[in-house]
Design a protein around this ligand. Structure first.
Ligand SMILES: Cc1cc2nc3c(=O)[nH]c(=O)nc-3n(C[C@H](O)[C@H](O)[C@H](O)COP(=O)(O)OP(=O)(O)OC[C@H]3O[C@@H](n4cnc5c(N)ncnc54)[C@H](O)[C@@H]3O)c2cc1C
Ligand code: FES
Length: 566
C-alpha cells in the first residue's frame, strides 16, 4: 500500500501500519455509531471502548491527496523538441501548458515527481479575487491602477478556471460562493471600514454586514465579497493533464530539470543528461531553480498549517472565510463522501478546512502547539466541527509587494519565463501565469504584464525587502551555533536534527527502524543551514525556500541539487 506524505512524496507503509490505520478508521466509525451519529464530535462525549484502545489519529496528508488518484506518466527517456518546454506540473505549469496547447503550440511538460507533486497538493484551494495582503496594501504598493488590475486579474483567473472546468468537463467540484472577511479578536471595526473603502477603490464588489448570513458561524461585523470560488485542486490538475494530452502535449514525470538555457538554441537539461529543445521555456517550479539571486531576494518562504474536521452537511454554510489577524486564519468546506474518506457508505460528508499559524520557513519548532492552537481557534468559532481527520502543512512564497512574479526571467534570455511568488494565492496566481505567459509567448498584448513583471521594484516595498533580507543574513549565524542535539541518541525514530560533527553541520535523520541517514546540512543554493520540519518530515532551508526530503533529495527550489553526502 502506498500513501503520500505532506510533502507530496509517495511512501510505502507496512502491513502493521495498514492494519492500524484500517482499525483506527473502523473503530472511529463504530464509536460514532455508538454515539448515535455518523457526524459530529461523539468521541469526546461518549468514549467507547474502541476509542480508548485506538485513539483517532488525524491523517498527516491533505484531503486532496487522500481523495484523488495520481496520473501516471513515464519519465523522459530521450531528447525531445517542442515549441515550449514547461518545467513543473503544478497549477502554474499545467495551466500554461494547457492554454498554449489550445493555441496550437506543441508543449512538453516535465516534473521532478508526478503531476501535482508540489504545493498544489497541499493547498486549501480558495479561489479568491480578494488579495491576501489586503486591498489597502495593494493601493499603497501598486497605486489605484495596479490595485484594480490585481483584482481584475484574480477575478479573471476564477472565471477562467470555471470556463476550463465547463469546457473540458472536469469534475473537480468547482463552486461559486461568497467570501467573508471578519475581524480578529483584538481588531477594531475601523480595519473593516478601511478595507471596504480600499476594496471599492480597486473595483471589487463588496458589502459591509453586521453578521455573515450563514449557518454555523457567528462572524460578527464582516465584509462580503460575492462570486469567489473553490474546487478540488488535484482533480482539477488531473483534468488539465488529460486535456493537455488530448491536444498532443506530452507530460513526463520523474524528470528533474537542472539547467534552463535560453536564447536561440534554448533547451532544458535534465539530471539524467537528457535535453528538451524548445523555442521558449517556462519555469513553473513554485520557486525557480534557474535563478540564483534576482528573484529570491524579493520573496520569502513561509510555512502554513491546515486541519480538516468532519462536519455534517448543512451545519456550516459553504463559503470562504478569513480573518484580519496577522498571520490570518483561512477557512472553507469541501463536500466529499464517507466512501472517499475510507468509510463503508456513500453518505455525503463535509470537511471543514482551517488554515493559519504561518511562520517563516524553518524558524519555528512548536509544530504541535500550532496545530493545537488552530484546533482551539476552530472549536471556538465553529462548534459544529467534529473530529479532526486531517493535518497537513505546506510552504508559500511571500513576495515583498504581495503579488506574484510572472513573466520574463530577469537577467536571462528573452525566451525564458518564470511563475513564482504565489503570496498565498497560488491557485489564481498560477492561472494568471497561464494566461499571461501564453500571451507573452504568443506575442500578444496583456494588460497585466507590467504589474507581474518579475523584474519590478516597488519603492513602497523597500522596508519589507530590507526586513526579509536581514532575516536571511541572520540565518548564516547558524554556521557558528551548536547543533539541535549533541548526540544521535537524542534523535527519536522518524525524526531528524542538525548536529555538529568534526566542525561540520550535518542533517541526521533516524528512520522508523532506527537507522541513521546523514547528509550535509548546508543548502546547495547559497549555503544556509537547513532545519528539520517535523510537520512534513522534511529538511527546509530558512533562506529562500529550498526543501529536501528526509533523505536529502531536493523537491522544491531554488536548489536544483540534493543535500551533499555528509
Ligand atoms: C497550506 C497551503 C494553503 C494554501 N491555500 C491557498 C489557497 O487557499 N488559495 C490559493 O490560491 N493558494 C493557496 N496556497 C498557495 C498555492 O497552493 C500554491 O501557490 C500553488 O499550489 C503553487 O502552484 P505551482 O504550480 O506554482 O507550484 P507547485 O504546485 O509546487 O508545482 C511545482 C512543480 O514543480 C516541480 N519541480 C520542482 N522543481 C523541479 C525541477 N527542478 N525540475 C522539474 N520539476 C520540478 C515539483 O515537483 C512540482 O510538481 C496555499 C498553499 C499552502 C501550502
Ligand atoms: S534556499 Fe537559498 S540558501 Fe537555501
Amino acid at each position: 500500500m502506498l500513501y503520500r506524505t505532506v510533502s507530496g512524496r509517495r511512501k510505502a507503509i507496512g502491513p502493521a501500519a495498514q492494519a492500524f490505520r484500517q482499525g483506527n478508521r473502523l473503530a472511529n466509525t463504530a464509536c460514532q455509531k455508538a454515539a448515535g451519529s455518523v457526524f459530529g464530535p461523539p468521541c469526546p462525549a461518549v468514549r467507547c471502548f474502541f476509542c480508548f484502545v485506538l485513539p483517532q489519529m488525524p491523517k498527516s496528508t491533505s484531503l486532496w491527496i487522500d481523495t484523488a488518484h495520481q496520473p501516471q506518466t513515464a519519465p523522459l527517456d530521450r531528447d525531445v523538441s517542442a515549441d515550449v518546454c514547461v518545467v513543473g506540473a503544478g497549477i502554474s505549469g499545467l495551466t500554461t501548458a494547457y492554454l498554449l496547447a489550445r493555441d496550437g503550440r506543441s508543449v512538453v511538460v516535465i516534473d521532478a515527481g508526478k503531476v501535482g507533486n508540489g504545493q498544489t497538493a497541499v493547498t486549501t484551494a480558495h479561489l479568491s479575487a480578494v488579495i491576501d495582503d489586503t486591498f489597502k496594501e495593494m493601493l499603497r504598493l501598486h497605486g489605484p491602477d495596479g490595485a484594480r488590475l490585481a483584482h481584475e486579474s484574480h477575478a479573471s483567473a476564477i472565471d477562467r478556471i470555471e470556463m476550463i472546468c465547463h469546457e473540458e468537463h472536469i469534475d473537480c467540484r468547482f463552486e461559486r460562493l461568497d467570501g467573508y472577511l471578519f475581524l480578529g479578536k483584538k481588531e477594531k471595526e475601523s480595519t473593516l471600514d478601511e478595507e471596504l473603502e480600499a476594496a471599492r477603490a480597486a473595483g471589487a464588489d463588496v458589502m459591509r454586514l453586521p453578521q455573515a448570513p450563514v449557518t454555523g458561524f457567528a462572524s460578527g461585523p464582516c465584509l462580503r465579497f460575492p462570486r469567489q470560488g473553490q474546487f478540488h485542486p488535484l482533480r482539477y490538475l488531473n483534468g488539465l493533464a488529460d486535456a493537455i494530452t488530448r491536444r498532443g502535449g506530452r507530460i513526463f514525470s520523474d524528470t528533474r530539470a537542472v539547467e534552463a538555457v535560453g536564447g536561440e538554441r534554448a533547451c532544458v537539461k535534465t539530471s539524467a543528461g537528457l535535453a528538451v529543445h524548445a523555442g521558449a521555456i517556462v519555469v513553473a517550479t513554485n520557486s525557480p531553480f534557474n535563478d540564483l539571486v534576482a528573484i529570491h531576494t524579493k520573496q520569502a518562504p513561509y510555512h502554513t498549517y491546515v486541519i480538516g474536521a468532519r462536519v455534517k452537511p448543512g451545519t456550516i454554510s459553504h463559503a470562504l472565510y478569513w480573518d484580519t489577524e496577522d498571520p490570518y486564519h483561512y477557512v472553507r468546506l469541501q463536500r466529499t463522501t464517507n466512501q472517499e474518506l475510507g468509510g463503508d457508505n456513500s453518505e455525503a460528508v463535509d470537511i471543514l478546512i482551517v488554515g493559519g499559524e504561518d511562520h517563516k520557513a524553518a524558524q519555528a519548532d512548536d509544530i504541535e502547539e500550532r496545530f493545537g492552537r488552530l484546533e482551539s481557534w476552530m472549536r471556538e468559532r465553529f462548534p459544529a466541527a467534529g473530529e479532526v481527520e486531517f493535518r497537513w502543512s505546506g510552504q508559500v512564497m511571500e513576495t515583498v509587494d504581495g503579488l506574484g512574479y510572472i513573466g520574463r526571467n530577469p537577467l536571462d534570455a528573452d525566451n525564458v519565463y518564470v511563475a513564482t511568488g504565489d503570496s498565498g494565492m497560488g491557485m489564481t496566481h498560477g492561472t494568471i501565469a497561464g494566461m499571461l505567459l501564453t500571451d507573452l509567448i504568443m506575442r500578444r498584448q496583456n494588460p497585466w504584464t507590467e504589474l507581474y513583471d518579475p523584474g519590478r521594484v516597488r519603492t513602497g516595498a523597500a522596508v519589507e525587502w530590507v526586513k526579509e533580507n536581514i532575516n536571511v543574513a541572520l540565518q548564516y549565524k547558524d554556521w557558528l551555533t551548536g547543533g539541535d542535539v549533541k548526540s544521535v541518541d537524542q534523535i527519536t525514530p522518524n525524526s531528524g536534527a542538525v548536529m555538529v560533527e568534526s566542525g561540520r553541520k550535518i542533517a541526521v535523520y533516524r528512520d522508523e527502524r532506527g537507522s541513521l541517514h546523514r547528509r550535509s546540512a548546508v543548502c546547495p543554493h547559497l549555503g544556509c543551514i537547513v532545519g528539520w520540519n517535523p510537520a512534513a518530515a522534511t529538511w527546509d532551508c530558512p533562506c529562500h525556500g529550498s526543501r529536501f526530503d528526509k533523505f536529502g533529495a531536493v523537491f522544491n527550489g531554488p536548489s536544483s541539487k540534493d543535500l551533499d553526502p555528509a
